[in-house]
Design a protein around this ligand. Sequence first.
Ligand code: BGC
Length: 454
Amino acid sequence: MTSPTQASAAHRRAVTKAAALTAVGGILFGYDTGVIGGVLPNISSDFTLDTPFLQGTVVSILLVGAAVGALIAGRVADTLGRRRAIIATSLVFVVGLLLSIVAPAFWVLLVSRFLIGVGVGSASFVVPVYIGEIAPPERRGALVSLNQLSVTIGILVSQLVAYFLAGSGDWRISVGLALAPAVVLGLGMVREPESPAWLVRQGRDDEAREVLRTLRDSEDAITEEIDDIRGTATEEEKGAQRSLLAPKLRPALLLGVTLAIVQQITGVNTVIYFAPTVLENAGLGSQAALLALLVVGLTNVVMTIVAIKVIDRVGRRALLIWGMSGMVLGLAGLAIAFLFDIAGAGAIVTTVVLAFYVGSFAVSLGPVVWLLISEIFPLAVRGRASSVATMANWVANFVVAVSYLSIIAAIGETATFGLYAVITVLSLVYVVKAVPETKNRSLADIERELSPAS
Ligand code: BGC
């Protein structure tokens, strides 16, 4: 006989295992967005891409694919289920990656990068939504943020690969390494349960109960959870609430889309994607610049772990407020370093400031935005609404990525980082006013506050 404590440990493990497996989607997100910086020179010489425009297209077409992928996958996740959406995502990754590996011509490479982008965009919100729905409220913050941890690990690994394989020139191997996590995700997901919330929403309460028996400790808690979810689902059915345009959805949609945009326009990817370029411009040697990037990447991982440890205790708001304040300091520090022309000379100082900025992001906007996007939308439209916010994130990412180098060329580093600092201050004011605390609350409870049935 299993004792109650053994059963409880087994349930805990089952939730953790499903969350950790799906978080492999985060590795794909991080690796595929991170690897391109390192392999771009080799790709450019292979396909003789001799203009910045062509090179930029190889990088940014992934972001366009991600915006499109997010939008399509939202519908798939609501109609076919979260599990099938994740399996389909991994198939798209496999096809895109195989095409990249064999790409005989430039246009095939572009198609493959677009497809990989579709996978990235889809994974970026389906995974948090799925984990959020299987997690018990008191562990939801940490479990959903495992996905962000995987993103940061994916980015770091991609930088290491760039560092060690740079000489070999075989970009196809570097890109193709992502096949392993893509296959693990797809095959692993076949055996994981469907989201109980989605099952209840489909009227499949018995199956939801079966799933919850593997994840929760007591039959009473399971009944309560199903009733809680069903309560929100039936309120939904009563009105014409199932459209994304329903007035009651507006506050949550505005919040989700704004947060998604804030995560990008506060500049994180100028560092993640361009730090070596910026540091080289500032006078660092290319090896030193790459090393600085690894320090920054490692800080990103470590500080995400810190966030995971505290997020369910200190809450989402406190992390956002402290972390974003740190980001403002970091950006102001960068502006000053370039103003006094010490960015290159003071390589260590500059690296520390960059790491401080990214570390501050890693305890705040990094994990918390994806978490809130998975938490704030009503169940009836959760997939589609969070996919709209996710799409906004990728569009903003695209805009920042394609404009960054031109902005620097036009107004210089100091003004550029100063601008990002001002944007971050304004975003912080918005966050203080608009973000509700969601720690320790059931998703149904959050839904009742943010999108009450009229
Ligand atoms: C963001 C990415 C970013 C990454 C850095 C994610 O939360 O969505 O755009 O590159 O964090 O860790």
